[in-house]
Design a protein around this ligand. Structure first.
Ligand SMILES: [Zn+2]
Length: 337
């Protein structure tokens, strides 16, 4: 089955039923010569069907997915499953425990080091196990993100595809089943080090999204994601259940180009002048950066390079040059259906 890895688990991937366990990544330190960092992992298997790998806490301060996947582990009866779920609710566990984006142990950003390294840092070894052992035996990969501490998103689901074709249509249909008001199709694979790029490159149907943020657990966002994950698993036929439609059809928008983002051009306090979901025009002013420590200095206006809908906004007041202030998306002209 899997490639050789230094990490290990007592979970038997082929055993029917529900096994709540972990995979263990070696962490030999002064306090613990033979210590490991356990990364929680649950396998729920019954009958026959696809294997779906569900992951949250890839960034430790992105909470909505962690809440939804932990609840799924507690409540899902194996009898309702046809196939197998592998659920990793807080993938970068040292980051999740600390409530930070990156690892509290080695500073690693898990979603920049895929497919990991067998002899790498702790974070790289977590990525290596997920890529070489978990993705290797999965058909579908679902990675649940949000804006974390520094960004607040208008939640959207995402289909990550290699390019147009029947696989892309199937992935977009699965994204639509998540019933979000907005969806983004990310097309193409880059050497970004993300889990999503790695999964697409390895031929897995890959889904994700940005489901909230601001470093809080927003109940409305958790409810939307709960419905989204339940709908997705029902659509894939791996968990029985109804597909509950959204209030509005999913609008597919395009983001991810350099012009989609507004970056701070000076240090100070960002005061946005546009709200989440608002339409803005190309070149329009989107906020001010104030410098209260130099009170006579006039605030500096910030502008959008691209018009569209505001999908994300900086959630922290202070900013440094290069910090992301805003993400903008516009309608996707491609017919993905
Ligand atoms: Zn993230």
């Amino acid at each position: 089955m899997a490639a050789w890895t230094r990490s290990w688990s007592r979970v038997d991937f082929d055993k029917p039923g529900k096994q709540v366990g972990a995979f263990n990544v070696g962490h030999s330190v002064h306090r613990s010569a033979y210590g490991v960092v356990p990364v929680p992992m649950t396998v729920i298997k019954n009958g026959s069907g696809p294997t779906v790998l569900l992951m949250a806490g890839n960034h430790g301060d992105e909470y909505e997915g962690q809440v939804v996947l932990a609840r799924l582990i507690r409540t899902l009866e194996p009898a309702r499953v046809q196939g197998r779920l592998i659920v990793v609710p807080c993938a970068n566990t040292p980051a999740a425990r600390a409530g930070t984006r990156t690892s509290a142990i080695d500073g690693g950003n898990l979603n920049r080091v895929f497919p990991g390294r067998i002899d790498g840092t702790l974070t790289e070894q977590i990525a290596h196990y997920i890529a070489e052992v978990l993705m290797e035996q999965s058909d579908v990969f679902v990675d649940l993100h949000s804006g974390g501490s520094s960004l607040e998103y208008m939640p959207y689901a995402m289909a990550h595809v290699a390019g147009p074709g029947p696989e892309a249509r199937a992935t977009v249909a699965a994204m639509m089943a998540m019933a979000y008001p907005h969806g983004i199709v990310s097309s193409g694979v880059t050497q970004s080090g993300t889990a999503g790029d790695t999964a697409v490159a390895r031929g897995l149907m890959t889904l994700g999204g940005e489901f909230g943020g601001r470093g809080v657990v927003e109940p409305a966002h958790v409810r939307l994601l709960q419905r989204g994950v339940d709908n997705l698993l029902a659509h894939l036929g791996v968990v029985e259940g109804p597909i509950v439609p959204g209030d509005v059809p999913t609008r597919v928008v395009l983001s991810g180009t350099t012009d989609s983002f507004v970056f701070a051009d000076t240090a100070g306090l960002f005061e946005p002048t546009c709200g989440l979901g608002e339409p803005i025009a190309t070149g329009s002013m989107v906020g001010w950066i104030h410098v209260p420590e130099d009170p006579l200095r006039p605030p500096v206006a910030q502008h959008a390079a691209m018009g569209g809908t505001v999908m994300a906004r900086r959630a922290m007041g202070r900013c440094e040059p290069g910090d992301c202030l805003l993400e903008i998306a516009r309608d996707d002209a491609t017919d993905w259906t």
